[in-house]
Design a protein around this ligand. Structure first.
Ligand SMILES: [Zn+2]
Length: 104
C-alpha cells in the first residue's frame, strides 16, 4: 500500500510510515452501515405483522358488526401510534449514530 500522507510505498502490514512516520493504520469498518439494513428489516417486519393482524381480525369478525368496526378503529390507532413511536426512535438512533461517528 501507499502512505496517505507522503505517498511512498510501504509494507501492507505497516502501522506507521517508515518515510514520514505518520500513522497509516487502517480504520476498522464502521458497524453503522450494517445496522441500517437491520432497522429497515425490522420496520418492514413490523408492517408485515401488523397487516397480517388486520387481515386475521377482519376474517374473525363478520362484516358490518360493531366488533369489526371497533377492531378496525383500534387497529388503525395502534398502527399509527406504533408507527409514529418507531419513526421517532429511528430518527433518534440515526442522529445519535451520526453524532457518534462525527465525534470519534
Ligand atoms: Zn509517509
Amino acid at each position: 500500500m501507499f502512505c496517505p500522507k507522503c505517498g511512498k510505498e510501504i509494507n501492507d502490514d505497516a502501522v506507521v510510515c517508515v518515510n514520514c512516520g505518520c500513522s497509516v493504520k487502517k480504520e476498522p469498518e464502521k458497524s453503522q452501515e450494517y445496522d441500517e439494513p437491520k432497522t429497515g428489516i425490522g420496520v418492514l417486519l413490523g408492517l408485515f405483522l401488523g397487516l397480517i393482524g388486520l387481515i386475521i381480525g377482519i376474517c374473525m369478525y363478520p362484516e358490518g358488526t360493531v366488533a369489526r368496526n371497533t377492531f378496525i378503529k383500534a387497529w388503525v390507532i395502534t398502527f399509527l401510534v406504533t408507527g409514529a413511536v418507531a419513526f421517532i426512535l429511528i430518527l433518534i438512533f440515526y442522529f445519535v449514530g451520526m453524532a457518534a461517528i462525527t465525534y470519534i
